[in-house]
Write a protein that binds this ligand. Structure first.
Ligand code: FAD
Length: 312
């Protein structure tokens, strides 16, 4: 992995660097590019703006790696309020929600998070989403959480079969997971993966990650589920367009997903061609870990980060 990318991802877990970045002069503008705002009203405004040109949204109330039960309860309640408001504003058909199990649960000594608490809290969000006419996708975090996340997801899918999974093509295991999740009714978001992972579990070269992405996309397109292709990579998007035709998939039987603030013109271009395009819209005050992963993805974004460190 590129050393600068590793450095920024390591900083994502560092409290002292978080404080430096939070108070650095350029921070506000960078946060605004990638995060829709701090409040539910900001998130709803983003959904309306996306809907105006035919795009859909998946809303992420920012938070991750929680150590405090009271905070997980606050996060669950924020999701429940958000779902109520989406419904009240007539936007439930336009937006679903994305959740991180490490935010809905607490760390334990033995696993990445308390699975029982994650399942209970995610179930509350899934039940509310169903009542309000929308769905939930369970984000995937670093590889230490993959098994636990897939176990909780399997439980959720017994009651809410349309709960979305996320698979990361950088993990060596993912082709097998894609085959297992390609059945009827499944919704699977395929992304490259955003965390710093060791070489024994993840491909190191971008080329291998891309090849794995295409192999997994083939499995999902060949299957009977609803693939959600989360990438901004122009080469992959061109390959996906060809693969979709090859498998005879009609528009609406799969979708493209991109992040808020990244390649908005491409999002609009695909939507104008009749593709379903869903934008991942993060909002809330806990933006630091999310922002660091976005900065690590693109060298051009990191100038800001280096200036923030150098200014101290
Ligand atoms: P890259 O090769 O990283 O980028 C291709 C091109 O896209 C770049 O050249 C650039 O032009 C543009 N680009 C990409 N990222 C940026 C950026 N941050 N800023 C500006 N331009 C950029 N990862 C997880 O590990 N778990 C998840 O649950 C998860 N959910 C996601 C949901 C959605 C909807 C999306 C779009 C991504 C998600 N990711 C998740 C992140 C993903 O794993 C990648 O880290 C991220 O999408 C960058 O990979 P890429 O496929 O766009 O390709």
């Amino acid at each position: 992995m590129n050393p600068l990318r590793s450095l920024i991802l390591a900083a994502a877990g560092n409290e002292a660097i978080r404080r430096l970045v939070a108070t650095a002069p350029g921070t506000r503008g960078v946060v605004q590019r990638f995060v829709a705002g701090e409040t539910t009203a900001d998130a709803l405004a983003a959904v309306r703006a996306l809907a105006a040109d035919g795009r859909y949204a998946t809303l992420d109330y920012l938070g991750e790696d929680t150590s405090d039960r009271a905070l997980t309860e606050e996060i669950v309640r924020s999701y429940l309020r958000l779902l109520d408001e989406l419904h009240a504003e007539g936007l439930a058909g336009r937006a679903e929600v994305s959740v991180k199990l490490s935010a809905l649960s607490v760390r334990t000594g033995t696993g990445p998070f308390d699975e029982r608490l994650a399942l209970d809290n995610a179930s509350r969000v899934c039940a509310a989403a169903e009542q309000r006419g929308t769905t939930v996708t369970v984000d995937m975090e670093d590889h230490t959480a993959t098994d636990a996340t897939l176990r909780v997801l399997a439980e959720l899918r017994r009651t809410w079969p349309r709960t979305g999974a996320v698979l990361q093509s950088y993990l060596r295991r993912t082709e097998a997971d894609a085959a297992a999740l390609a059945g009827p009714g499944s919704r699977v978001r395929l992304c490259k993966g955003a965390y710093a992972e060791p070489a024994d579990v993840a491909f190191d070269s971008a080329h291998e990650v891309d090849l794995s992405y295409v192999r997994c996309a083939n499995l999902l397109l060949e299957g009977e589920g609803y693939p959600m292709f989360a990438t901004h990579d122009p080469r992959l998007i061109a390959v996906l367009a060809e693969r979709v035709r090859w498998y005879g998939r009609k528009q609406g039987s799969y979708e493209y997903q991109m992040l808020y603030g990244v390649r908005p013109d491409e999002q609009r271009r695909l939507a104008a061609e009749g593709e379903t395009v869903r934008v991942y819209v993060p909002f809330g005050e806990q933006w630091y870990g999310y922002l660091m992963r976005r900065l690590a993805e693109r060298p051009a974004n990191t100038a800001f980060f280096l200036r923030a460190l150098a200014s101290r």
